[in-house]
Design a protein around this ligand. Sequence first.
Ligand code: ZN
Length: 284
Amino acid sequence: MTETVIGFDFGGTWLRAAEVGRDGSILWDERRSPARDYPKDLEIVRGLVERRSDDVVAAAVASPGPLDFHTGEVMRAANLQWLNQFPGRDIGEMLGVPTVVENDADVAALAEATYGAGRDADVLVYYGIGTGVGSGVVVNRAIFHGSLDPEFGHQILEPGSDRRCTAGHRGCLEALISGGSLVRVFGSVEAVPAEEWCEIVPHYLGQALANAALFLSPRVIVLGGGVIDHRPDIVPPAIREMEIMLEGFVPRPRVMISELGKEVGILGAAAAAWKIYAEDAASR
Ligand SMILES: [Zn+2]
């Protein structure tokens, strides 16, 4: 029997859906611009899945957060102007299959641990460095949620800094190295000075890698997101910073750049859907 799942990747630019096979093969892939109005966006989703086959057994939604995985509530998706919505429940009713909603950085971590740069890693940490900084932790191929969700992107590195993230933290990782924060400080990505890219950003990224290693001792740390796509040259000096900071401590994790690029959300949602399908089958 051929079974498939549907992965949804929702963001400020696109609402995207794809039907995906067990091996991560994409059977079809559709996207539309969001209406930024929840009921209208659900109608757009209905159009996206018109091509679905009869083989679909589960689905998962990669959504911007913050959200509560345990209840499925997306508290605030600012780019979509959604407040306190339950897209997993609503799309599950539309499709008639078990459907779960997960944070987009969490599914990126799951995608890399299932199909990407960390395929053999039992413990994997993902940093998505773009407009903000998202994080995901995967342990034995399952997303680690904790009581709500770990937020490595908001670890405080410089409490005395005058740079703040959009949540108002002083000197957190997102305030120091995210694309959004660098644009707020320097006016544009092009205006970010060389010293910032060559020394300051790698220093803080190295500190974030070392902290992840000290807290969780992951086998692999994967780096993705727009800032890494734009300046992959920040990664080698960040790894050197991490190695200096970890001298004499835990084994150093392998640090890798995301292998899945723009497919990370769809494939991560698919991996999450396969997981709930397996859990659902086990409970029957
Ligand atoms: Zn912050």
